[in-house]
Design a protein around this ligand. Structure first.
Ligand SMILES: Cc1ncc(COP(=O)(O)O)c(C=O)c1O
Length: 432
């Protein structure tokens, strides 16, 4: 098969760059020499303005779990549009969504509906500070929780490699302590350090790191963090923006059997529509305004379009949970097993991490267990592989500091084409 090209996208990108900084509305969307432009999508496929069809393993950075353009969700949305799209006054559907989520999410006694992942994690930190009357927070190197001041220290995703963004006050950054993932002793020493002692309000963690490649928590790691936070009156926040409703219906919390104090959700919840949740114990969540004194507000929060999308997504996930989760995991396992065989046959130093419907390949002979192991992998090989895969019609996120995702719509034909593309890409990468 000849390589596909993106000539029209180049022209569209040049035009976009004149009015949009960097030509994109979120930095991870850019890659060299220019990103492709998408006209439409369906199931596991993206259709570019150049007339190319791509098998999508980015899926809105993990959002589109049920595949693009899900007809059932679409038809509910269409009928909601006819009834109105923004009321800014309570609707019955919001209560219904909160009731359903409180049954699914282990820590959720109360829920506040928001719009984006960043909003949910930002308010989880604010409420943790107010609840504990402490100021500092701990996050993990390579952990990504959104593009705002509290959490951009040593963040992952598009911010990987930066200490913290320009424009953030050092006073603000100094309240955020970063520690390496999968290293309980480092965490303990930070908590016990005299300078921090009794001033750590919360620990925010992606239970499975998905923004610095894909990194799994080692045995007992999350359990130990749960114990330490309880012992030290620190609020434990699971950022389940990626893992929520994807790793299991009840997210990583259900998957690993650990109940945090607060948890944040987005992405899969709306299958691509903008909606997020902050969930937690009644005691902590009651602090939110208007009852409590922690201010959190948004014009678009709980808008009927996003809530309708979430209700339908959850209805599908709940009804078919015994089919959906095993199937996506099987599809992922099959792909990963074939990739492992491929790298072994070609004698390529590579490590593949995977869990549930997520996977990532790293060009390294080491175990990939934290940000530094990803950073020391061969990132040039990765980008070379990315470009060849794209030319063969397979789109994975354009960075080793991201994760590849499988949807319920990826089928045998997709897998075959994908493996053919990897075969070519890995053979070429090896020669460099
Ligand atoms: C784990 C995690 N938390 C928070 C966020 C921020 O979400 P949003 O981009 O919707 O603000 C992301 C985004 O990728 C994420 O992966």
């Amino acid at each position: 098969m000849t390589d596909i090209t993106f000539d029209k996208s180049r022209i569209l990108f040049e035009k976009a760059s004149k009015v949009i900084p960097g030509g994109v509305n979120s930095p991870v969307r850019y890659f060299q020499p220019y990103p492709f432009f998408v006209e439409s999508a369906n199931a596991s496929r993206l259709f570019t303005n150049d007339g190319n069809v791509l098998i999508d393993y980015c899926l809105g950075y993990g959002s589109v779990f049920l595949g693009h353009c899900n007809q059932q969700i679409g038809s509910e949305i269409k009928s909601q549009i006819d009834k109105g799209n923004l009321f800014c006054t309570p609707t019955e559907k919001e209560t219904l969504l909160a009731e359903i989520c409180s049954k699914i999410i282990p820590c959720a006694e109360m829920i506040r509906i928001m719009n984006t992942g960043a909003e949910a994690t930002m308010h989880s930190i604010r409420i943790a500070r107010a609840f504990t009357r402490k100021t500092k927070i701990i996050k993990f190197e390579g952990g990504y929780h959104g593009a705002y001041d509290y959490v951009l220290n040593k963040a992952g995703s598009g911010a990987a490699g930066q200490e913290y963004s320009d424009g953030i006050l050092s006073e603000s950054a100094s309240k955020t302590i970063t520690v390496p993932f999968n290293d309980i002793e480092s965490l303990k020493s930070v908590i016990d350090n005299e300078q921090n002692h009794n001033d750590i309000a919360c620990i925010i963690i992606e239970p499975v790191m998905a923004n610095t490649g894909l990194i799994l928590p080692e045995k007992d790691y999350l359990n130990s963090i749960r114990n330490i936070t309880k012992q030290n009156n620190i609020v434990l926040i699971f950022d389940e923006v990626v893992t929520g409703f994807r790793l299991a219906l009840g997210g990583a919390s259900e998957f690993f059997g650990i109940k945090p104090d607060l948890a944040t959700f987005a992405k899969t919840l709306g299958n691509g529509y903008p909606i997020s949740l902050l969930a937690g114990s009644r005691e902590i969540m009651s602090g939110l305004a208007p009852r409590g004194s922690v201010y959190q507000a948004s014009t678009f929060a709980g808008n009927p379009i996003s809530v309708t999308a979430a209700l339908k997504t959850l209805e599908i996930l709940i009804e078919d949970r015994n089919i959906i989760y095993p199937i996506v995991a099987r599809t992922c396992d099959k792909l990963v097993e074939a990739l492992r065989n491929m790298v072994q046959d070609k004698k390529i130093d590579a490590t593949i991490n995977s869990i549930g419907s997520m996977f990532q390949i790293f060009f390294s002979d080491k175990i990939i267990r934290n940000y530094y192991s990803v950073k020391s992998s061969n990132t040039k090989f990765f980008m070379d592989m990315f470009k060849i895969l794209l030319a063969k019609g397979v789109f994975i996120p354009p960075s080793p500091f991201e994760t590849c995702f499988i949807s319920t719509q990826h089928n045998e034909e997709d897998l075959e084409k994908t493996l053919d593309a990897y075969e070519t890409a890995l053979a070429k990468v090896k020669k460099y």
